[in-house]
Design a protein around this ligand. Structure first.
Ligand code: CMP
Length: 145
């Protein structure tokens, strides 16, 4: 079956950033997938930006802790492109809870718990489009040939 070329958003979260895991995580992407990085930025989210980005989780028990964590330090956002990019990146990341993440996944190796879980990935085409737009303008991304 042919695989659809997609874009997705990856975030290297404040825990992984502060533990100097950016290189290791990008290494996992480049060595374990066909995905290519077509955009990258390092930034620190404001509280307002984090609340907007995670608006879908507002009211959930973990929401306040999530906002505190995501604004606690710098992050790196990556735009990834390639075959089935959304699913592929989620496979490489592993489950949200590192206790449930398969061996060899980024979260099984680098996440501490369900909050401090090293990385984020979009979960569907419409969220990927919205999340990429949140961080990148069209001219920020390399147009794959
Ligand atoms: P992320 O992929 O960034 O999307 C939402 C985040 O909420 C998730 O990763 C976790 O970091 C965080 N979170 C904290 N607690 C929970 C929980 N119990 N269930 C789901 N997500 C949680």
């Amino acid at each position: 079956m042919s695989r659809e070329l997609q874009r997705t958003l990856a975030i290297i979260k404040p825990d992984a950033y502060s533990y100097r895991l950016i290189g290791a995580i990008i290494g996992e992407i480049e060595s374990k997938s066909d995905l290519r990085i077509i955009g990258a930025r390092a930034l620190r989210l404001t509280r307002e930006q984090a609340r907007r980005f995670y608006a879908v989780h507002e009211g959930k028990p973990f929401y306040d802790k999530l906002i505190m964590f995501m604004t606690s330090g710098p992050i790196m956002v990556l735009a990834l492109h390639g075959p089935d990019a959304i699913t592929r990146w989620r496979e490489i990341m592993g489950s949200t809870d590192p206790e449930e993440a398969k061996e060899g996944t980024i979260r099984s190796m680098f996440a501490s718990d369900v909050t401090f879980n090293a990385v984020h990935g979009s979960d569907a085409p419409h969220t990927a489009a919205a999340e990429l737009t949140f961080f990148f303008g069209d001219t920020d991304l390399i147009q794959p040939r």
